[in-house]
Ligand binder design. Structure first.
Ligand SMILES: C[S@@+](CC[C@H](N)C(=O)[O-])C[C@H]1O[C@@H](n2cnc3c(N)ncnc32)[C@H](O)[C@@H]1O
Length: 212
């Protein structure tokens, strides 16, 4: 199977199995400056992400694998009515996001380490997983499923593995749309393709009502 990978090991640091991940290693916090590159907003505008997210008024959004919180902050700033949880499994990322002045100023955003997510099971109206699918194992997809409220949905935006791109991870470390869909389906989601961004595919993942 195309998503079968060398990353079948368990991360001892964070406890997540990365089985199913396409990229062999988790994102290294030493490269965090890449996540704060303003050029990102040119090919993936926060306003477009927010539109695709389609978060209802006053809802809870979990930014799953928020990294340095680049997009969590933009969403929180543009939508004061939302409650944003900026979740990451790496303490180094949480430190970097907490160090941002915007993170201290905004009252509708909460950084959270994955180890603490027990308190937010079943609370998410929307999940945003931006540049995350290719590096997470299937365990993480199960977590996403548990975090969603009934009727909630996850917006999966990731580098298109079938495109020649001047930026982003190597093609072989990223998914084709079909591979991404297969992984989501295998994890119990229904996946619908939304509009393609310049370098990223966009999928909306929902859980059929019966499956929990
Ligand atoms: C490529 S970065 C993207 C960060 C952010 N979404 C952005 O686009 O700016 C992927 C992030 O996912 C986090 N991550 C990987 N696996 C995770 C998991 N199972 N649970 C939570 N976070 C995870 C990594 O620590 C890293 O910060």
């Amino acid at each position: 199977m195309s998503t079968k990978h060398e990353a079948g090991h368990r991360s001892h640091r964070h406890g997540h199995s990365r089985e199913g991940a396409k990229q062999p290693e988790v994102f290294n916090p030493a490269r965090a400056a890449l996540l704060d590159d303003p050029q990102r907003f040119e090919y993936m505008a926060p306003a477009d992400v927010l539109k695709l997210l389609d978060a209802p008024e006053g809802s809870v959004v979990i930014d799953f694998g928020a990294g340095t919180g680049t997009y969590s902050i933009e969403i929180a700033r543009r939508r004061p009515d939302l409650k944003i949880v900026a979740l990451d499994e790496q303490p180094g990322m949480i430190e970097l996001m907490k160090a941002k002045p915007a993170m201290r100023q905004l009252t509708n955003i909460q950084p959270m380490l994955s180890g603490e997510l027990g308190s937010i099971i079943g609370t998410a109206d929307r999940i945003l997983a931006l540049n995350v699918l290719h590096e997470v194992g299937d365990d993480a997809l199960r977590e996403m499923s548990q975090l969603l409220k009934p009727g909630g949905s996850a917006l999966i935006i990731d580098w298109d593995g079938e495109m020649d791109r001047p930026i982003g991870p190597p093609k072989g470390h990223t998914h084709s749309i079909a591979e991404a869909r297969d992984r989501l389906t295998a994890a119990g989601f229904e996946a619908e393709s939304l509009e393609h961004l310049r370098y990223h595919f966009v999928l909306r993942a929902t859980r059929p009502a019966k499956i929990r």
